[in-house]
Design a binder for this molecule. Sequence first.
Ligand code: FAD
Length: 378
Amino acid sequence: MKVAVVGAGPGGALLAWHLAHDGAAVTVFDASHPREKPCGGGVTARALDLLPPAPPDDPLPVRLVETCRFESGMGHGVDVPLTRPVAVAARRELDGWILRRAVAAGAQHVCERVTEVDAAGRIRTGAAVARVFDVVVGADGAGSLVRRTLTGPTPKERLMMAAGWFARGTAPMAVRFVTDLSGYLWLFPRPDHVGVGICAPLAAVPTRRMLDRLEREVAVSFPALLDDEAPRYAHTIPSPSADPRSILEVAGARWALVGDAAAFADPITGEGIFFALRSATVLAQTLRESGSPAGYPARALEDFGRELNKAAALRDRFYSPGLARRMIAYAGRSRAIRGVLADLVLGEQGYLSLKRRLLRTGPRFLLETAASSLFSAA
Ligand SMILES: Cc1cc2nc3c(=O)[nH]c(=O)nc-3n(C[C@H](O)[C@H](O)[C@H](O)COP(=O)(O)OP(=O)(O)OC[C@H]3O[C@@H](n4cnc5c(N)ncnc54)[C@H](O)[C@@H]3O)c2cc1C
């Protein structure tokens, strides 16, 4: 089978690694490496579990973090030990590392940008005549050319905007709710600098005002990280809606989408690296077993899609001011609620079973807080 993978971010590079292992003739197109991608670079343990094994002479380039500080943005804060450490990486290093694994497994990396694609497997780059593949995979990120051409762009209401900078220095890992924007700001310590950022629904506020807000909060709470010289960035994060059809639209007879191109990030946390890796793994399994991407959307829906649909349904209520404040205040007093918070951020606690866990571990929290309304109509 001849497969073209457009884009060598985590999703495309991992897919190429799997397919090359399976003996497929895989060509990965991406002209951008080496490059940084605007990203917090937080890689949860469940995402690490999906990566290829690290060879002894090329270890995974990450920093492991074992505690995260959560702040309500209204005065409450709590340090939460993470049940499994989060790895934080510079994307230049992480994505390059996965691509090296794919090439070592036999994938061909073509350092060219794809300029045209069609549903019959034809690919054109600026530098070459059209080539035809059995299957074309769009792993080309939030602005995906493959997606725009074959099924249409991700609707605006399913986009989050994230903005920030990379600051010199170091800091503990921290997440602060910014409930008036329905989002949060973060500090993620990387091996040799700190990712500082903020995210919110694209429709909530203009990007410049998001950055102003981030700079104001950092100037007050973490002045050493303001780093006026660091260039500011802004980039979208695409997610599914609450409707399963937003998962089922990601493949045709000879094409498929993974990761951000498929709009598979978590609409509450913005976690996208795990879903890029997971969707690549599910697509690789489907191609291995049937030689066609046709069964991939239904498999993705069952594997992780329903969780994302549920997250989209809960999103607005999750960021209601009362819930964030009480959740952090409760977490300060209750180890069980601290555990729920950590597991939510790590993706170890699903949204579909969240109510059941809260009923079991924190019935008073559920009763006394807006968490009860979180589930009322969902
Ligand atoms: C500011 C910000 C912070 C984030 N923080 C986190 C975080 O801490 N943890 C987390 O899990 N997720 C985070 N995310 C989400 C995460 O960055 C994405 O979900 C993830 O990168 C998706 O991986 P991907 O492989 O699908 O696409 P990408 O990583 O976007 O890779 C796509 C690749 O395709 C290439 N490409 C694009 N067009 C073409 C073309 N026409 N031809 C060839 N190649 C092309 C690009 O150059 C790129 O290399 C964040 C996102 C943003 C914007």
